[in-house]
Design a protein around this ligand. Structure first.
Ligand SMILES: [Zn+2]
Length: 199
């Protein structure tokens, strides 16, 4: 399966579906991404294909199922390289340097485009040779690969996933609290103003 932009696959967003994918990973802790073919230990992404779920890596998932959630993780640039090659080089670079490469580090000939990723994904055909590059907002830890034969890996995968979920939950709660406080402050101001005006 070649990477194509914006393939509309069944959305696998629910926690249960993710758990199911994790279970699949647990049965076989090393899987190859169905798009780029690179080996990974762990993924939260899968593509529904007939009756089965094909596992894919984070980068290929973003490219094939782009949503506004991925805007901050991606940049658009022109490059002669295939999208598959860009994804491969990104994974290799991250594994070696523990950070995401810049566009130039992936392809010396590439040129960044001042183009919103969402605009690009609206009509990929319109932008000749435009490709997707990634930045440090991706989950870099999901790209590492550890060759391990024992069962410890299963527990590690399980623990890491729970951690990530807990972290996201906490972040969301914090954001909601922040906005509620702001809103309360605003309502107070409105009340003061109302009292002032109608006294
Ligand atoms: Zn991949």
């Amino acid at each position: 399966m070649e990477i194509q932009f914006g393939i509309q696959n069944e959305n696998i967003n629910s926690y249960n579906m993710r758990r199911q994918i994790m279970k699949l990973c647990n049965i076989k802790p090393f899987f190859s991404c169905c798009y780029c073919g690179i080996k990974f230990n762990n993924t939260l992404y899968g593509i529904q294909h007939n009756e089965t779920i094909l596992l894919c890596c984070q980068l290929c998932y973003i490219v094939t199922n782009f949503s506004h959630l991925h805007s901050s993780m991606t940049m658009i640039g022109t490059s002669q390289l295939s999208q598959k090659e860009i994804n491969k080089r990104t994974v290799e670079y991250v594994r070696k340097n523990k950070i995401c490469p810049s566009i130039i580090e992936i392809d010396g000939e590439a040129k960044p485009l001042n183009l919103k990723p969402s605009k690009f994904f609206n009509d990929t055909q319109q932008f000749h040779n435009a490709k997707v590059f990634f930045n440090n907002n991706i989950d870099i830890s999901a790209l590492f690969y550890k060759e391990k034969q024992d069962n410890d890996l299963f527990d590690e995968i399980e623990e890491n996933t729970i951690d990530i979920h807990q972290q996201r939950k906490t972040e969301t709660t914090e954001r909601i609290t922040k906005w509620t406080n702001k809103n309360n402050q605003l309502m107070q101001s409105v009340k003061i103003l109302e009292n002032h005006l109608f006294l």
